[in-house]
Design a protein around this ligand. Structure first.
Ligand code: FES
Length: 141
């Protein structure tokens, strides 16, 4: 039996489905070290059209557990959306602050740094890029 590598689209779709399946319910897992789900994508995830994130804006992709900020045209920053306090997926973005409703932590949407505790560690950076007119986060395939 021959084994061929999956087509790129298949990999992206599979990664997206895996993320959605594993994280459909974004609840706090009760401990930063207790989750079996990695805090950031371990495979490329297709988030859709880059234009979904306006210049100067930030979008939370809750099912994919990432937050993307568009600093300028073609310039993005992405962060894992799992709160570094106790593992909740962050809940919203307002006024350039990424908020976690579980215990009130807030993070800077441009840097991921903690603006308000109880979290003390920043949100982890995630690779982000555009490929073929799509916004992709996670490591290269
Ligand atoms: S999990 Fe406690 S503030 Fe986010």
């Amino acid at each position: 039996m021959t084994s061929q590598p999956p087509a790129r689209r298949t990999v992206l779709r599979g990664a997206a489905l895996a993320g959605a399946a594993g994280l459909g319910v974004a609840a706090c897992d009760g401990g930063a070290g207790g989750s079996k789900v990695p805090p950031t994508p371990t495979a490329p995830v297709d988030l859709g059209a880059p234009g979904d994130v306006p210049v100067g804006g930030t979008k939370l992709y809750r099912e994919d557990r990432v937050v993307v900020t568009r600093l300028a045209k073609g310039e993005y920053k992405a962060f894992g959306a799992v709160c570094t306090h106790a593992g909740c997926v962050v809940s919203s973005v307002e006024d350039e602050r990424i908020r976690c409703s579980c215990h009130g932590s807030e993070f800077d949407a441009k840097t991921g740094k903690v603006l308000a505790g109880p979290a003390v560690a920043p949100l982890p950076s995630v690779p982000v890029r555009t490929e073929g007119g799509r916004l992709i986060v996670g490591p290269e395939a």
